[in-house]
Design a protein. Structure first.
Length: 337
């Protein structure tokens, strides 16, 4: 019995050692990829590393970091959110309409902005709750459930706006959440850092976060351990959509208007950023470093291709290739572990 136990312990130790080595290699790989991309695009276009361009890239990446964090939360529990892009559009239009209506009705601009922000967060929570209930309690596949919500939000954003932008938002929104730079750091970057800190604390240092890891790693074990798996799963979708709302409001601040097409390709890019950063689509793992590295790599690719004057449609093709390749490599990562 002792010999068997000793052998088992040795095997466990060897497995842990391999995993640790694998994690070290993974951690070092992404910064190297980012550096190589920067060198390649700088060789093609020297302005790639200009201060202005790097600042613009950092600001652009900060939005994607937030959306990738949102996807990470639901990917952690073996899901994803296809409605992210159209949710962004709906939240932008609805919150913009609230701000404009209140401001034009005589409400102070700061109050109008605050109420618009609260409305946006509330709408995000409702969208997330709807997704969560359908996925967890009605047991509908996440693909089907969130694809349905994608179309609902698409219809809502179009009908509310009539297909047109919502103008005349209070300038306070743009001034505080886009143009300001606390300590010289652009406001969107500050916001993304706060979101990263929030996600890290929630996932690592709270019972809710640790329960999500258990649920994503082994749903049966979560049930045996007494966790309310359905409530946890629904909660993950609510959290995801509230993070989406935060990102949508920041994008609305940047444009200065409610945009019915603001979501664009964010759904694909957010999933790609999470997976490229090392988050497995099979669930059970999450790290705030993943959205950061994934977003930086995608933003660098996009900025480099723009400077190299690569056609926008071809850029979408290349992004699709990167996503497929990353998912394929993810299968290899799982087999190694």
């Amino acid at each position: 019995m002792n010999n068997l136990t000793s052998s088992q312990l040795t095997a466990v130790g060897q497995t842990a050692g391999r995993r640790h080595l694998y994690q070290m290699v993974q951690a070092a790989k992404l910064p190297v990829v980012l550096a190589v991309l920067l060198l390649i695009f700088t060789a093609l276009e020297p302005t790639m590393l200009s201060v202005g361009n790097l600042r613009n890239m950092l600001v652009q990446a900060s939005y994607l970091v937030i959306f990738a964090c949102a996807q990470m939360v639901v990917i952690l529990v073996r899901g994803f959110d296809l409605s992210l892009g159209t949710s962004v559009s709906t939240i932008s239009v609805a919150s913009g309409m609230v701000m404009v209506h209140l401001a034009q009705g005589g409400t102070h601009a700061d109050t109008a902005v605050a109420m618009g922000i609260l409305a946006g967060i509330a709408i995000g929570a409702v969208i997330g709750a709807a997704n969560g209930v359908v996925v967890s309690y009605l047991r509908v596949n996440p693909f089907v459930a969130t694809f349905g919500m994608l179309n609902i939000c698409l219809g809502l954003s179009s009908s509310l706006s009539g297909g047109f932008q919502i103008f005349d938002l209070p300038v306070t929104l743009n001034g505080i959440f886009y143009r300001s730079a606390p300590l010289g750091i652009p406001a969107p970057v500050v916001a993304s850092v706060l979101v990263l800190a929030f996600c890290h604390i929630l996932l690592v240092h709270t019972r809710f976060g640790r329960s999500l890891f258990i649920l994503g790693s082994n749903p049966r074990a979560a049930a045996v351990a007494g966790h309310n798996s359905r409530a946890l799963l629904a909660g993950a979708y609510v959290l995801c959509s509230m993070l989406v709302a935060a990102g949508a409001l920041l994008l609305t601040a940047r444009t200065g208007s409610g945009e019915p097409n603001l979501g664009g390709s964010l759904m694909l890019e957010s999933i790609a950023a999470a997976v490229i950063g090392g988050i497995s689509l099979r669930g059970g793992q999450a790290s705030v470093a993943a959205p950061v590295m994934g977003a930086l790599i995608i933003t660098t690719l996009s900025a480099g291709m723009n400077l190299a004057r690569i056609d926008g449609y071809l850029q979408q093709v290349l992004l699709g290739v990167v996503i497929v390749a990353t998912v394929f490599l993810d299968q290899g990562r799982r087999s190694v572990r």
